[in-house]
Design a protein around this ligand. Sequence first.
Ligand code: SF4
Ligand code: SF4
Length: 153
Amino acid sequence: MIGLLKSMATTMKHALSGDTFTVEYPEEAPEVSARFRGVHKFSQERCIWCRQCENVCPNDTIQIVTDNQRNGEQYNLHVGQCIYCRLCEEVCPVDAILLTENFEFTGDTKHDLVFNKEQLKNVPWYNDIDPVASREPDRGAWIGDGEGEVDYQ
Ligand code: SF4
Ligand code: SF4
């Protein structure tokens, strides 16, 4: 009984203080943590097709297709089944994957959220994400900053 009264007192204290902890989404975009893990962006320019992201991904969200010379041919992303564990970003040796702050995308079924690298370039909600504005990539990666803009698909 005392516990119930204490919890009600805490609730009333916050209710009457005027503080708000929610926003009127979608009119107002919520601020997410700097460590938030949203949909990831891929840079074909940086990728060395080592397949480590594909191997570490626990649920086949990423599929890499290479030819018999190990040249990269395709990067398939099944966004609808990603669990945002960030293992792919951590394992990538060249910052070719960055998880961004974006969580705003929809599809009627998970099949609507399956893309290859060419299709990703034409998906508005994906194309508009600026990954570097969301998060600074790990500049300690061995490839360094490279030259010019990084083209994240
Ligand atoms: S964040 Fe995790 S689940 Fe999503 S693509 Fe990367 S490794 Fe796979
Ligand atoms: S780990 Fe990075 S470099 Fe290797 S295939 Fe994946 S995106 Fe490309």
